[in-house]
Design a protein around this ligand. Structure first.
Ligand code: COA
Length: 201
């Protein structure tokens, strides 16, 4: 039997509309796992993804597999076009946000991990930064203590992966986002730390 072939589709946010529910569903499924523990809803997703949908400068890479639909995805958008809560840590640190491409998320279903999709998502978003003339790429990751009660024994932090791609963790640059965690009755604040890399031409 032929090996399954994964197709990558790269679209601007203005082409996202037909994919909104599939992407929202994938985010809900993947981010339900540790460390995000996100108890998501499509309503929250549609609202969260609207900012990408409204901008031609945002980029979404969708990984699809015949018969299985969407198995992975990644997003990015110029930080200057993101909401104030995303820009706040940089502005408070006296940084100029106009040269930064913000990476929204990078998600692959567990059964399709370890085949290079995650790395390809980084390369494609860095190429998008260069296309837009932006010189820095940034993303953030949720802060969880090493002894968090819901951390699975087999959990492998992604810090080594991100460092190997040239990203540096900036403990001084933190964002606070709100989402409802599994077991919570309502949204609560979560602390996230930014990682950055110069990625200009
Ligand atoms: C991050 C993620 C997208 C990586 O996807 P992927 O397709 O497995 O990535 P790659 O195949 O390119 O592998 C990336 C590297 O991580 C390693 N890796 C694979 N699975 C891993 C895991 N579960 N945990 C940690 N590292 C892992 C690989 O060995 C590889 O390292 P190498 O290049 O030195 O061999 C995927 O693990 C994921 O969806 N995680 C959950 C969501 C998440 O936390 N996203 C990041 C924040 S938005």
């Amino acid at each position: 039997m032929a090996a399954p072939s994964i197709e990558l589709l790269e679209i601007p946010g203005t082409g996202l509309e037909p994919w909104i529910d599939a992407l929202g569903g994938l985010r809900i499924r993947v981010f339900r796992e540790f460390p995000y523990l996100y108890d998501g809803s499509l309503e929250y997703e549609r609202d969260y993804l609207r900012i990408y949908q409204n901008k031609a400068s945002s980029r979404i890479v969708l990984a699809t597999l015949e018969g299985a639909g969407l198995i992975g995805a990644t997003t990015c958008i110029p930080l200057a076009e993101e909401g104030p809560e995303f820009q706040a840590p940089f502005l408070e640190a006296g940084m100029d946000v106009s040269g930064i491409l913000y990476f929204g998320e990078s998600i692959v279903l567990p059964e399709w991990r370890g085949r290079g999709l995650g790395k390809e998502f980084f390369l494609r978003r860095e190429a998008h930064a260069r296309r837009l003339g932006l010189d820095t790429c940034a993303f953030c990751a949720v802060d969880r203590p090493a002894d968090h009660p819901q951390r699975p024994a087999e959990y492998r932090p992604l810090d080594g992966f991100w460092s190997s791609l040239g990203y540096t963790r900036h403990p001084d640059l933190k964002a606070v986002f709100h989402w409802k965690e599994t077991g919570e009755h309502a949204e609560s604040p979560k602390s996230l730390t930014f990682w950055m890399k110069p990625c200009g031409a």
